[in-house]
Structures are given as structure tokens and as C-alpha cells.
Design a protein around this ligand. Structure first.
Ligand code: CP
Ligand code: NVA
Length: 302
């Protein structure tokens, strides 16, 4: 049994193994080769925030693997009325074989793992988004043929996406430059983790500096789920932190653009850059399915 609580918990080898398995499952699915590796297994999917991609890709992925996905909205669970996560973990462990959870606090995910006895998969917290980043790495490797030696840049908020991308990029041999406004940097321990990779990590203020010679450009919304009331303040703080033609002009020839979605055109990315890279961005969205199936197989069968 294995968890995916945050990407830091997986070694470089485990990440690469998951990407290899994701490639294989994608090939099999495209060629009509059945892979009902999780027949008879049930995945509980707890959502305390909205979702399109994560919900649908886990639900479809579990079905393709021969298992049963059980959607559990926190509005309907007793957890939404205050039943402790420690008790929910112990109860669900007796009914189902694994849990995917999307919630606010990372501690809730860690508590489920501590008190339950089944695999726990993080489907996004305020702190990180490991499933998304595995799909991002898979997409980069598909398009560029490698990860090692490439430069990633992330423009914007030091949020769940930036945190997981820093870990994912550095653990797979990429370098990463991030540009964020003052007060919106990633947490200190993520910066310390990144600095242990020497000059493979750089944090700057100017987006153009981070984007220089980048092979892959990433960004994300300025206000994440749960920060809706900060939208105005954030829009002011992030002015200029936009992926646009001027920024793309300093990147390497053939640079990719990825976005976890949903995207806010005219804010963190222009409609022009988004549409010019739509094929990559929607391949990235599709790869959520394949990468997560790999995570499910690894977590349920190891
Ligand atoms: N990127 C992502 O996680 O999308 P959803 O919020 O739609 O699941
Ligand atoms: N940072 C965004 C990611 C959405 C997939 C959020 O947390 O809302």
C-alpha cells in the first residue's frame, strides 16, 4: 500500500516509474488493450472543492481499470457536519479500498493517511497538486522526448501548483525558475528544498528573467479556490505576471506552454498564447487520466 499525499514523498525513481506506467496505460487505452488491474476495488472520491478534470478523470480512470469510483461530496458526508476526519478515515477504511480527496488543508489529507488503513491520494489541497504535476511531466516528456536538462519557468502565485512543480521539476532533472510578486512566494521549506538543488532553482521578481531560455512555461490563476474574495487585491498584485507574446519572445525556440486549467484569459495568460498552445494544454488535460491511472495502480498494488 502506498499514498500520494504530496510529491515530496515520492523519490525520483518512483516519479519516473509512474510516468512510464502512465505512458504504457495511455498506449494500451489508445489501442483497445484492456487493463482491468483494479477489478473489484472501490475508490472513494471526497470533494470539498469544485472540480471538472480531477473528478471526471479519476472516475473514468477507475472504471477503465475495472474498479468502482464512488463520488462523495462533503456536503452529503457527515464530515461536512463536523465528524472528525480521524473517524471518517477509520470508517471508510472498512468499506472501500482507497480514497482520493480534494480539500483545503494538507493536514486533512495527512490525517486520513495516519488514521486510515487504505491508500490516500491528494487530488489538490491549498498546499499542493501532485496528480496535476505528474500529468504535466508526462506531457513535457511526450512532446520534448525528455525531462533531464530542460528549463521550466512558472509565472505567478506561489500556490499549490508552483509548490508541486518545483518538486516535480527538480526531482526529474529539470531546472526551474519562478517569478512571483513580493508576498506571494512559495513556503520557506519549499524554497529550502529547491535551493538544495543549487543553480537548478531560481526565484526572481521579473517574469521576463524567469522565462529567459525556458523550454516550458507554466502559469496558474491569480486567485485559487477559496481565495475568491481576494480577487481584486490579487489582480493588482499580479499585474504584469502574464504569459503573453512579449514573455514568449524570450523563451527558447519551440517552448511549450502548459496550464492546469481552468484558465482566466486576459489575466495570467493571453487568449493568443493560450490558443497557440491549445494542443499542448488539452493533451495535458487528457494526461490527467493516464497519469492518475498510474497513480491508482501504484498506490493500490504496491
Ligand atoms: N486542473 C484541475 O485540477 O482541474 P479541476 O479543478 O477541474 O479538477
Ligand atoms: N491553483 C488552482 C488550481 C486549480 C486546479 C486552485 O487551487 O484553485
Amino acid at each position: 500500500m502506498k499514498h500520494l499525499l504530496k510529491l515530496e514523498d515520492w523519490t525520483s525513481e518512483e516519479i519516473i516509474e509512474a510516468l512510464n506506467l502512465a505512458d504504457q496505460l495511455k498506449y494500451e487505452q489508445k489501442h483497445g488493450i484492456e487493463h482491468k488491474i483494479l477489478a473489484g476495488k472501490t475508490l472513494g472520491m471526497i470533494f470539498e472543492k469544485a472540480s471538472t478534470r480531477t473528478r471526471v478523470s479519476f472516475e473514468v480512470g477507475m472504471t477503465q481499470l475495472g474498479g468502482y469510483p464512488l463520488f462523495l461530496s462533503s456536503n452529503d458526508l457527515q464530515i461536512g457536519r463536523g465528524e472528525p476526519v480521524q473517524d471518517t478515515a477509520r470508517v471508510l477504511s472498512r468499506f472501500i479500498d482507497g480514497i482520493m480527496i480534494r480539500t483545503f488543508e494538507q493536514k486533512e489529507v495527512e490525517d486520513l493517511a495516519e488514521y486510515g488503513s487504505i491508500p490516500i491520494i491528494n487530488g489538490l489541497t491549498d498546499y499542493c497538486h501532485p496528480c496535476q504535476v505528474l500529468a504535466d511531466l508526462m506531457t513535457i516528456r511526450e512532446v520534448k522526448g525528455k525531462l533531464e536538462g530542460l528549463k521550466m519557468c512558472f509565472i505567478g502565485d506561489g500556490n499549490n501548483m508552483m509548490n508541486s512543480l518545483i518538486v516535480g521539476a527538480l526531482r526529474t532533472g529539470m531546472s526551474i525558475s519562478v517569478a512571483c510578486p513580493e508576498g506571494y512566494e512559495p513556503p520557506k521549506h519549499i524554497i529550502e528544498f529547491a535551493e538544495s538543488f543549487g543553480d537548478k532553482f531560481e526565484m526572481v521578481r521579473k517574469p521576463l528573467e524567469a522565462a529567459k531560455n525556458a523550454d516550458v512555461v507554466l502559469t496558474d490563476v491569480w486567485a485559487s479556490m477559496g481565495q475568491e474574495e481576494e480577487q481584486k487585491i490579487r489582480a493588482a498584485a499580479f499585474e504584469g505576471y502574464q504569459v503573453n507574446d512579449e514573455l514568449m519572445a524570450v523563451t527558447n525556440e519551440g517552448a511549450m506552454v502548459l496550464h492546469c486549467l481552468p484558465a482566466h484569459r486576459g489575466e495570467e495568460i493571453t487568449a493568443e498564447v493560450f490558443e497557440a498552445h491549445a494542443d499542448e494544454i488539452f493533451e495535458e488535460a487528457e494526461n490527467r487520466l493516464h497519469a492518475q491511472k498510474a497513480v491508482l495502480v501504484k498506490c493500490f498494488t504496491s
